[in-house]
Design a protein. Structure first.
Length: 158
């Protein structure tokens, strides 16, 4: 089975995102105390989400499944090259444009764009790949020929 590595995006490499998440958890912990929420120590970064992936090989095919709840087929794009499969999309908030003056508003859902990259083995047949979207799950199937077992070869050190 090929090793699957993700290509880091600029959002994933932003260390302030981790601090934002930690601060949000601390805010939830101290909610209701007299001093209220914690003061922002770091500037807010944009929230992001990464859909969960499942990648496996079965019957000469590589399967890539992405959980995309709340999205429609037209919200997602899939691109494939010899290097890998790129899945892009955006979960849009219905509340972003509304005024929040009429009462309490809280959301723990994350909205925004996402980008996932799954590298493909060298012998993947990208011309015969197919993608389907059903019940919030994207499935990409890429044919891959059976790889012969490669046994290690001992080299003589000179």
């Amino acid at each position: 089975m090929p090793a699957v590595l993700e290509k880091a995006t600029t959002i994933e490499r932003n260390p302030l995102t981790l601090f934002d998440r930690m601060r949000d958890e601390m805010d939830r912990l101290f909610e209701g105390f007299p001093f209220g929420r914690l003061a922002p120590v770091f500037p807010r970064t944009e929230a992001f989400w990464m859909p969960a992936l499942e990648v496996f090989e079965k019957n000469g095919n590589l399967f890539i499944r992405a959980d995309l709840p709340g999205l429609k087929r037209e919200d997602v794009t899939v691109e494939i090259t010899a290097e890998g499969v790129t899945i892009k999309g955006e979960r849009k908030s219905e509340f972003r444009e509304e005024k929040k003056e009429d009462g309490y508003f809280r959301t723990e859902r994350v909205y925004g764009e996402f980008h996932r990259f799954v590298p493909l083995p060298e012998d993947a047949v990208v011309d015969k790949a197919a993608a389907t979207f059903k019940d919030g799950v994207l499935e990409v199937i890429v044919p891959i020929p059976k790889a012969e077992k490669r046994l290690p070869k001992r080299l003589e050190v000179k």
